[in-house]
Design a protein around this ligand. Structure first.
Ligand code: ZN
Length: 151
């Protein structure tokens, strides 16, 4: 339910966004007429077409190089996790690194968090606070269930 106070806040926020958008578009239009239009009308025709083409190619190459450098930097950063490097156990659900064989929590991995799991005879347990996901081993029966079968 939206209260009157909340409604006023929403109206003020919409008004503020409209004012900011108007000011930004006015400044952009001023900049466009002051800088872009004179450059296109006077300076660009005076540059020979071969030089213009060379400038365009150099700018495209610079853009390509900087984008690939950014991609490489992002891929080498610690926050990047390639999900294709992990294989998910279809029975248990826990994920295993293909190269190292280490086990990791699948629900954390989906959220791009690398969280190792602790293994005991009953299964695997996520060590991250707030997740603590359990991956029980399929053949394991708890002592309560096992004792019921004995009776
Ligand atoms: Zn987890």
């Amino acid at each position: 339910m939206i209260t009157i106070k909340g409604q006023t806040r929403i109206t003020l926020l919409t008004l503020l966004i409209g004012v900011i958008g108007g000011v930004v578009s006015y400044l952009f239009q001023m900049l466009y007429t002051a800088i872009v239009v004179p450059v296109v009308q006077k300076i660009l025709p005076s540059i020979p077409q071969e030089s213009l083409l060379a400038i365009c190619i150099i700018l495209c190459l610079l853009l390509l190089i900087s984008l690939s450098a950014l991609y490489i930097f992002w891929k080498k950063s610690k926050t990047y996790i390639d999900l294709f490097e992990y294989i998910r156990d279809p029975l248990v659900g826990v994920s295993q690194h293909k190269a190292t064989g280490e086990y990791f929590c699948t629900s954390c991995l989906i959220n791009r968090i690398l969280s190792p799991v602790r293994e005991d005879e009953t299964g695997w347990y996520c060590l991250r606070k707030g997740c603590e996901q359990k991956y029980p081993k399929p053949k394991y029966k708890s002592s309560k269930v096992a004792s019921k079968f004995k009776e």
